[in-house]
Design a protein around this ligand. Structure first.
Ligand code: AMP
Length: 404
């Protein structure tokens, strides 16, 4: 069974093709285009590359195209992308202006180009379907909550991968199985005591932290929109709601301009004034740029606050996991995040931390109560696995909630 996972940006198309033949999971092909002006042509070129590489003979060799979609109104989980599902995504364009519109455009193009191939979305919100009502709330009137002003949580594919993989690495196959089956049985797979408590830090261009108990998320730092939570590369992160009317009234900003600045000129880019890439910011900081150093210090500060939040909610942790571009590759940022947490049972081994880049490793000191780990994430594989399950048994699998 060959499943193509398409990752769509406003000017990019990236893909991975997985083959699940004979019970194995094989990455057959991966590729992508940046600076895409014509997505229709990019899809054509993607299919041509798959054929040239011998990965498929015709489009009909694809069992499905899977999408790591962000969120939709009233639809969650893993679903077939019919017109109603696409319209439900459109209904929340204003929540994810950088993410939903390019996905919707790409999905419509794929639907036209490969009409016989099922298109299936795994929503990034899917992992948070079992968080408590309290963890979804903002202090807003009930009508706002009903309209969608609530904490959804995102990066679900990545944090689900970490939930499963960290449990495997920690020798908790029971918990790994619960995470693996989560979207099939809603967390009913039995696990033994004690509970496995994991704090997963996805730190990259977009960043978030999830608390995970026994393979199931209890919350995520991303709230209503992908602009919330930790500061991102150029998106704002959490902000006092009164800041927007304040800046509009006192600085004459229009609503559109305020939104543009928060979505495009905020986060690490806004604070540093240098770049949206942590490598450039760090170089500038080393050369004495104080705004660049302030951006790094702010990022580390915010990550520590969220780790603290989940340490409290989970009543401690068994593992603290770093993943994504910054989490996997930036030892100095991991060291800053983990400094002076020994009273909470977190101590890293400086040498192991420095030498770990982009590979699975335990980087905590031998006497650290909490295992600190680096685990490269694999979001596309999670999408492909869930799409496969959906195709095999759409009726039991599909979980469509109407709480949006
Ligand atoms: P992501 O969104 O996961 O691709 O992460 C992007 C962020 O991670 C950027 O701020 C990059 O500076 C950083 N990053 C990604 N890859 C590397 C790498 N190989 N070495 C250092 N930093 C990296």
């Amino acid at each position: 069974m060959k499943i193509l996972v398409a990752n769509l940006g406003s000017t990019s198309l990236k893909w991975r093709l997985f083959d699940f033949a004979n019970g194995a999971e094989r990455l057959l092909h991966k590729g992508g285009f940046e600076r895409v002006a014509n997505h229709s042509q990019a899809i054509e070129d993607c299919l041509a590359q798959l054929k040239t590489a011998g990965a498929i003979a015709t489009e009909n060799d694809l069992a499905a195209v899977g999408f790591k979609a962000v969120l939709a109104k009233g639809v969650n989980g893993c679903v077939r992308l019919d017109e109603a599902a696409v319209q439900a995504m459109e209904a929340f364009n204003a929540i994810a202006p950088a993410h939903n519109p390019p996905y919707i455009a790409g999905i419509r193009l794929f639907a036209k180009r490969v009409p016989n191939v099922p298109l299936v979305a795994l929503f990034e919100t899917a992992f948070y379907q079992w968080i408590t009502d309290a963890a979804t709330r903002y202090g807003v009137p009930a009508a706002w909550h009903e309209a969608g002003v609530r904490r959804w949580g995102f990066h679900g594919a990545s944090h689900k991968f970490i939930a499963e993989r960290s449990a495997e690495l920690l020798g908790r196959e029971d918990v790994a199985a619960r995470a693996r089956n989560l979207y099939v049985d809603g967390g009913a797979t039995p696990v033994r005591e004690p509970a496995l408590r994991v704090i997963s830090c996805h730190l990259g261009g977009s960043s978030s932290i999830a608390g995970i108990r026994n393979g199931v998320a209890i919350g995520n730092s991303l709230g209503m929109s992908p602009q919330s939570g930790l500061p991102h590369n150029n998106r704002v992160g959490d902000l006092d709601a009164m800041a927007v009317p304040f800046m509009m009234r006192t600085q004459g900003l229009s609503l559109d301009e305020a939104e543009r600045q928060l979505c495009k000129d905020g986060g690490l880019k806004g604070v540093s004034g240098v770049s949206n890439d942590i490598r450039d910011i760090q170089t500038a900081a080393e050369q004495g740029n104080t705004a660049a150093q302030a951006a790094i210090d702010f990022f580390v500060h915010e990550v520590r606050r969220w780790i603290g939040a989940y340490l409290a909610e989970l009543n401690g942790a068994d593992a603290l996991v770093f993943t994504a571009g910054i989490g996997e590759n930036r030892g100095e940022i991991r060291a800053a995040i983990c400094s002076q947490l020994d009273q909470l049972g977190i101590a890293i081994d400086a040498a192991k931390n420095c030498s770990t880049r982009g590979q699975e490793a335990v980087i905590s000191a031998p006497d650290s109560r909490v295992k600190v780990m680096v685990i490269p994430t694999n979001e596309e594989l999670v999408v492909a696995r869930e799409v496969k399950r959906f195709l095999e048994n759409p009726r039991t699998w599909q979980r469509t909630t109407l709480n949006g």
